[in-house]
Design a binder for this molecule. Structure first.
Ligand code: SF4
Length: 289
């Protein structure tokens, strides 16, 4: 469009120049021409001048239009370039922001991992510390318990040998009870059983049971093994000498002994010193072998 306008402007210019030349020629002619028809010539000249003026105006208008179009095109180009530059700037800023965001995210994730690691290490250290403290406490408790004297040990310190061997429970046949204890303990053979279990079976208090166990140990019927069970000291009772069965008591001299009522382990009349019982046990032993 601009090119087209430019083309037509050149043509007009050319035409203008041609007209100018024609006008000059006409002027010359008018000077040298015959003065016969001056009015006609003047009129023609006037028309030509008018035409020339019109063409001049049109050319000038066209030039103005061309200049304006050029200005517009340049302004448009400038605006587009500006728009493009702004868009580029925006994209770059966006990219920069995204990169910054990604880096910050990465940094935060790294920080999180480190914090987690730190927390785990702390937790581990605390658990280890706790475990060590618990172990120490258990060891101290064990030592403390080991240092403690058992009730039986205290009894042994407090009681005389006579008090131990002569232990009696009110309204209880002690020989029968001793036999029963030995029978039960014998059932566990060399493994033995916890004295607390036995007292429970016989419905004995631990005080009476402990004294009975001491008595049976002194009599050589059982042995006691000190054991630390669940952090507490206790005893296992193991049979040493099996009790005599009821059937084997048939023919025992005690059954028909006239002084049986006065006979006791630590008494004046005692199986320890009784010749009848010694003989009977010897014969019985021979038979059982
Ligand atoms: S041990 Fe001897 S004294 Fe005692 S009751 Fe038996 S037989 Fe009699």
């Amino acid at each position: 469009m601009i090119k087209k306008e430019k083309g037509s402007s050149d043509e007009l210019k050319k035409e203008l120049e041609v007209s100018k030349a024609k006008l000059a020629l006409l002027n010359k002619k008018s000077i040298h021409s015959v003065k016969a028809k001056p009015k006609k010539k003047e009129a023609k000249k006037k028309t030509e001048v008018k035409k020339l003026k019109t063409k001049k105006t049109e050319a000038s208008k066209l030039e103005v239009r061309n200049t304006e179009a050029k200005k517009k095109a340049e302004a448009k180009k400038k605006a587009e370039a500006k728009k493009k530059a702004e868009a580029k700037k925006k994209t770059e800023a966006k990219k920069k922001a995204a990169k910054k965001k990604a880096e910050a995210k990465k940094k935060a994730a790294k920080k999180k991992v480190e914090a987690k690691k730190k927390a785990e290490a702390k937790k581990k250290a605390e658990a280890k510390k706790k475990e060590e403290a618990k172990k120490k406490e258990e060891e101290a408790k064990k030592k403390e318990e080991e240092a403690k004297k058992t009730y039986e040990e205290l009894l042994e310190e407090q009681l005389t040998e006579e008090e131990i061997t002569g232990f009696q429970i009110d309204k209880t046949d002690m020989d029968r009870l001793s036999n029963k204890v030995c029978e039960i303990v014998a059932g566990y053979e060399t493994e033995g059983m916890f004295q607390s279990e036995l007292w429970k079976k016989l419905k004995l208090s631990s005080r009476d049971g402990s004294r009975l166990a001491l008595k049976l140990e002194r009599m050589g019927m059982i042995s006691r093994e000190k054991i630390l069970e669940n952090g507490r000291w206790t005893y296992k009772l193991i049979i040493k000498r099996s009790p005599v069965s009821t059937s084997s008591l048939e023919g025992a001299p005690c059954l028909t002994c006239p002084v049986e009522a006065q006979c006791s382990i630590d008494g004046e009349i005692s199986p320890k010193t009784c010749k009848l019982i010694d003989d009977w046990v010897r014969i019985e032993s021979k038979h059982s072998n």
